[in-house]
Every structure is written in structure tokens, then in C-alpha cells.
Design a protein around this ligand. Structure first.
Ligand code: GRF
Length: 216
């Protein structure tokens, strides 16, 4: 039984998707804890109501990034994580923290990396006029929003899209690919081959969002 520790900063809809899939699909794992970077993160209540241990390490209590990350690692380690899952965790992590969980920390980013690392990805995608946007699950390395790609979901940018509508379309696909990636990890099906991630037995490491049911 593997321990999953999920780090959040906000509403935690990706966390919820992982919690639900873990139970529904009877993964060889449990969500041991959900840890937030702020005590008012709405996702904490969601996790608690699912009977999951919760904790918060308030980033505002720490002047230095190093001290925050050390406190965060102390809390995370209490739950003996096999995998640390960043799900809308809005803090840039130090190299020391990233290296502590090297090869066992995943992140989801709302763009088709390496396009649009950083913030405001949907707005930037609209401004750039791309026809395809999406989300990426990747192993975390010290470089922000970089690292070996586990799975990507592509969605079309449709006429009349604004940031909100595009974000909702991307988020729906995040809720599919993130549980899938974490499941592969806990089933020990992921292997790193240089910059590439291989899934064994092989499964598509991409998905295209079907928008046929979406209101125009
Ligand atoms: C998601 O779009 C995620 O990709 C990004 O922040 C958002 C978090 O949403 N990093 P939620 O907290 O999982 O609902």
C-alpha cells in the first residue's frame, strides 16, 4: 500500500479527483494526507470530510523560502510519502525540497509544456492565438514547470473562448489525466529514460478532449 501526500493551495478539485479515483478504482495506495500552504485553502475541508488527515503550513509565517520548505517537508514526512502530488500548489519550491522528493514528486500545470510555464497560462494562450491548449503532468525538477512529462491533455481553443471558458475545458481534462498519472506511479508502471517517461504496459500518454458535448 503506497502513501500519497497531496499538496494544495486552493479549492483542490484535482486533489478531489485523485481521492475519488483512488477509492473507486481500488488503487494499491491511500491518500495519507492533504497539506496546504495556507490554512484557509478550501480544499482542506473537502479532504477532511473524506476522512483524510489534513495539515497546513502557512507560508506567511516564514520570511525565507528555505524555512518554509523545511517546515513543509517535516509535515509531509510525517505521512511517509511514496509520492508527493502537487495539485494547485502555488509556492515555488527550493531545490533542496525538490531533491528530497526526486523521482517521487508530480505536478500538474495548465498548459502544454514547455509552452507557457508560470502563471496566467489560459490568458497567455488566448493572447498567443494558439489553436490547441491543454495540461501537463510532469515529474518535478528544480526548474519551474519543467521536468519529464508523464501525460498531456490537449483541448481546442474555440471561437468565442474567454479565459474562464478555456480554463474550465482544460480543468475537465486535468481531472482525467492527473488521477491516471498518479495511478501509474503507485502501480509502479512509470520509468524514466533520460527526459522521457515510459509507461509499462504501454498506454497513451496523451488525450484529446472531446468537446462535442460542450455548449456553443
Ligand atoms: C489547476 O488548473 C492546476 O493545473 C493549477 O492550478 C489549478 C488548481 O485547481 N496549477 P484545483 O485546486 O486542483 O481545483
Amino acid at each position: 500500500m503506497k502513501n500519497i501526500v497531496i499538496l494544495i493551495s486552493g479549492r483542490g478539485s484535482n486533489m478531489q479527483a485523485i481521492v475519488d479515483a483512488c477509492a473507486r478504482e481500488a488503487w494499491p495506495a491511500r491518500v495519507a494526507a492533504v497539506v496546504a500552504s495556507r490554512p484557509d485553502a478550501p480544499g482542506l475541508a473537502v479532504a477532511a470530510s473524506a476522512g483524510i488527515a489534513t495539515a497546513a503550513v502557512d507560508y506567511r509565517d516564514f520570511a525565507e523560502r528555505e524555512a518554509f520548505d523545511a517546515a513543509l517537508a517535516a509535515v509531509v514526512d510525517r505521512y511517509q510519502p511514496d509520492v508527493v502530488v502537487l495539485a494547485g500548489f502555488m509556492r515555488v519550491l527550493t531545490t533542496a525540497f525538490v531533491e528530497r522528493y526526486a523521482g517521487r514528486m508530480l505536478n500538474i500545470h495548465p498548459s502544454l509544456l514547455p509552452s507557457f510555464p508560470g502563471l496566467k497560462t489560459h490568458q497567455r494562450a488566448l493572447e498567443a492565438g494558439v489553436a490547441v491548449h491543454g495540461a501537463t503532468v510532469h515529474f518535478v525538477t528544480p526548474r519551474l514547470d519543467y521536468g519529464p512529462i508523464v501525460i498531456q491533455a490537449a483541448v481546442p481553443v474555440l471561437a468565442g473562448d474567454d479565459e474562464k471558458r478555456l480554463a474550465a475545458r482544460v480543468l475537465a481534462s486535468e481531472h482525467v489525466i492527473y488521477p491516471r498519472a498518479v495511478r501509474w506511479f503507485v502501480e509502479e508502471r512509470l520509468a524514466l529514460d533520460g527526459t522521457r517517461v515510459q509507461v509499462t504496459p504501454n498506454e497513451p500518454q496523451w488525450m484529446f478532449n472531446d468537446v462535442s458535448g460542450e455548449a456553443a
